[in-house]
Design a protein. Structure first.
Length: 146
């Protein structure tokens, strides 16, 4: 038995990066934007001029965390904050990010990839990622990703 998995296309990944960059310009911030496929492997990346170097890896890891667990990264803290052993233990997990800016990318309810944005405030990172996710709606559910 086998399972066919949907994956984000390069064209969609680059369109999403363009939308995130446009939002970042509107907000007056320079960010790093990472898109990973359904397996967490880097599909597309952009470092805007002036975006913090340290945020490169954070953006990639936000995208990875979002696809690996199927949750926006900002939901993690609420899930673990009342469990001290989990809160302090899981934060040592490589590549796990538990603050805002990472989202799974879904088409027809299935995860096809993840996006991570880093370099602005948490609110700016969220706004840029959400602008990228809005590209899916404009493509009527991302039909070419089937």
């Amino acid at each position: 038995m086998y399972r066919i998995r949907k994956s984000i296309t390069s064209d969609l990944a680059h369109a999403m990066i363009s939308a995130a960059e446009a939002k970042a310009h509107e907000l007056g911030v320079a960010v790093n934007i990472a898109i990973v496929d359904e397996s967490g492997h880097l599909k597309a990346f952009s470092r805007m001029d002036g975006a913090p170097i340290l945020s490169i890896e954070i953006a990639v890891n936000k995208a990875y965390t979002a696809v690996a667990f199927g949750l926006p990264t900002q939901e993690w803290y609420g899930l673990i904050k009342d469990e001290p052993s989990l809160l302090y233990g899981i934060t040592h997990t490589p590549r796990l990010v538990i603050f805002a800016g990472g989202y799974p990318i879904r088409v027809d309810g299935e995860i096809i990839g993840g996006i991570g944005v880093s370099g602005g405030t948490l609110e700016q990172d969220i706004a840029c990622a959400q602008a990228a996710l809005a590209v899916l709606a404009s493509r009527k559910g991302g039909g070419e990703e089937r």
